[in-house]
Design a protein around this ligand. Sequence first.
Ligand SMILES: Cc1cc2nc3c(=O)[nH]c(=O)nc-3n(C[C@H](O)[C@H](O)[C@H](O)COP(=O)(O)O)c2cc1C
Length: 148
Amino acid sequence: MLIFEPVKIGTMELKNRICMPAIHHCFTPDGTVNERLIKYYQTRAEGGAALITVGGCAIDRIGGGPMMIGIYDDRFIEGLAALAGAVKNAGARVAAQLYQAGRYTHSMFSGQQAFGCAFPLYPGNPAGDDPGRDRNGHRKLCCRRPAG
Ligand SMILES: Cc1cc2nc3c(=O)[nH]c(=O)nc-3n(C[C@H](O)[C@H](O)[C@H](O)COP(=O)(O)O)c2cc1C
């Protein structure tokens, strides 16, 4: 069956076409990769998945939820390297899903105010020029204009 045949994506060769998508597991209370998370993904790699996408991985503290894997600070590197090594040794390739939830984040988790979509608003936007509204005319949680 084709699903068990190897495939190349650019220069990366996968041993089959079984890919595990990102699933947020709440295994990392402080964002740091730990033994539980490593074991979880290692087991999936040993089970035969060829490509495992880890995550979502929060790219900053405001944009991630509690218990998510963190990739916004150097202190996470050691754990992430151990995770990547364990998955590779078990025969799979590994990717990280980058995560920033924008206006979907909750201040009660981060202690900071969330931010909405990017500026400028596009022409024809029903909200016109209103920087306080997104492209659907909904009020933004907060507005930050880029410098300049
Ligand atoms: C508990 C749980 C957590 C998930 N977390 C993420 C996530 O962090 N990022 C993402 O893109 N999808 C996430 N998903 C969606 C899955 O990656 C997958 O696309 C979805 O479950 C559909 O696949 P399925 O029909 O095989 O379940 C999550 C799904 C579940 C059930």
